[in-house]
Design a protein around this ligand. Sequence first.
Ligand SMILES: *Cc1c(COP(=O)(O)O)cnc(C)c1O
Length: 389
Amino acid sequence: MKRDTRLIHAGRSKKWTGSAVNPPVVRASTIVFDTMAELKAATQQRGNRVPFYGRRGTATHFAFQEAMCELEGGVGCALYPCGAAAISGALLAFLKQGDHLLMVDTAYEPTRSLCNKLLAGLGIETTYYDPMIGAGIAALIKSNTRVIFLESPGSLTMEVQDIPAICQVAKQHNIITILDNTWASPILCRPFELGVDISIQAATKYIIGHSDVMLGTATANEQCWPQLREQSYLLGYCASADDVYAASRGLRTLGVRLKQHEQNALMIANWLAQRPEVAAIRHPAFADNPGHAFFKRDFSGSNGLFSFVLKQGSAAQVQAFIEGMQHFKMGFSWGGYESLITATLNVQALRSATTWPFSGPLLRLHIGLEDPEDLIADLELAFTRFATV
Ligand SMILES: *Cc1c(COP(=O)(O)O)cnc(C)c1O
């Protein structure tokens, strides 16, 4: 089956949907049984998409979990109330006091804070590594290294990692690899074919696609699934049937949405690349983006999220650029149908193992589904405001 067809079919077996097209919302905390034998059978099968207790999920959850495995390629998928919970849940499932974690230097900022604050407090040590390190990661491995965490491309700055090279080294040392795969969504990269053990999605972004639901997933291979599932269950992580229903629904249009996000974003990135104020475009599909060769090898396309760096610009100029936008709203997150903009004046403050090569401010755009000509007109006026401060 081709990708777009798989998106239509994934997780829609009659077992979950009955005679409806979409998996219906099945809300439950308590599941009741008629006989001791039925309860015993459900207890034995409770990790295998069998109704047991609400926290283990209902048919709504099982349908989406099955879909995520079909799309990403793992054997099981744990659900979380948001992407950040999927990250903490996956890390806490495999790390204990005295362990060592290798974390990519360009990780999503709350992931870095989790390591520096919560994990450090539990006696788990983190070493940050250069996203471009590749097989050189071997030199950073210690006897107590248990997990290597990747995020590719990196939040804000878009470095693309050599995922297979890192995973190969990890396997030689019996180290688990966890990838924050949110940028690719479940369809632009096949993480398990690249050697990853656990793939994380902030489903909040493109899977939901409408900026109105928080949800996280962690999909695992056969080796890691039982431990991920049971530890996350012990931590109490679960997601509401209503939110999971919205995620299943989002999958059906993910392919067409992403194609339009990609096309619009490339048009705008190419326009920005011609502007005299711009020092660099950080977009994985651009030839000068760090790791572009890995992007071409491992990804089947791009999306609406990229950044650009200005040659120079004061805080007041950046403020003038962003305030007064008609279509680009200022706000965190991305992956919805609407365009967004955020500014980062000090990228270096967000990293500790690498040196950010630019001095001007960085602007990150999420290109939505508006007509790109309207978005370009919006940016053109922003450059005028920028110049007149
Ligand atoms: C948004 C995001 C997260 C966190 O997801 P939430 O659902 O907001 O908790 C994690 N990783 C990346 C790369 C993200 O962009």
